[in-house]
Design a protein around this ligand. Sequence first.
Ligand code: AMP
Length: 283
Amino acid sequence: MILLKKSSQLSEQVLRLQTAGLKTGFVPTMGALHNGHLSLLKASKQNNDITVCSIFVNPTQFNNASDFKKYPVTLENDILVLEQAGTDILFLPGVHEIYPNGTTQSQPYGLGYLESSLEGKYRPGHFQGVCQVMNRLLDIVQPHQLYMGRKDYQQCMVVKKLLHIMRSDTILNTCPTQREPDGLAMSSRNMRLNAEERKNAVTIFNVLQLLKNTLQPGCLDDAITTGKQMLEQNHFTVDYVAITDATTLEPVTHWDGSQALIVLIAAFMHEVRLIDNMIITGP
Ligand code: AMP
């Protein structure tokens, strides 16, 4: 595995490989790698000649300073894991490499409804930061294929929109959520949970499962109330439990059972904010 810290080095390297006809897959991450990240790398390796992974904890997508400061860093282990996974290039930039002219944005990206709902609403500025870093990374790597996880469902939609806005040829592949044996979605933030919090954290998965298995047309509001109560009883502070259209993320009030829905949850286990989601295709 080649480790590069400079954007110019990475651009040169991938351009050389791409000119030689090699297909590039790209997996952007913030490190503290787990099997969720590894599933993206595996998908990239299966479908491309070269796999590039980046580790960059992007300051502009954190709307909470303490969340940024406490974001887990496990670089030595990440490098080992990436090498074992057969990653070809690891890009490890500093803030100045990504934002040589500073982090101030010249113009906001037009994300519309995605920006004011769910994660956009509860984390103001978050998706602008995601677009800022993704636009820069895509500009440096120019990948044929991009791999992202459906655990961050709304983020996948935002990046799809960004690719459209930028008229990019990069193809976005969204990969299924990898879970711990009890169902908790893998997340770098899980490392911040103590044993008791970790035990309670599985409630998010339990609520998603319950709603998926029991949701009936006409009783969406009751299901949301039940979900919130279960989370609160297990020491969560809830940002939202939402049931929306799976393709648009628009709210659904009347469901006849035919439209694909998605249940999305964001909740704090004390200081640690966790998100997860599950698609519901029918009653
Ligand atoms: P992060 O390092 O949290 O920014 O995540 C980097 C990429 O890994 C994003 O595309 C995430 O959606 C994806 N990812 C994070 N957790 C999981 C998971 N449990 N399963 C699949 N993909 C994931």
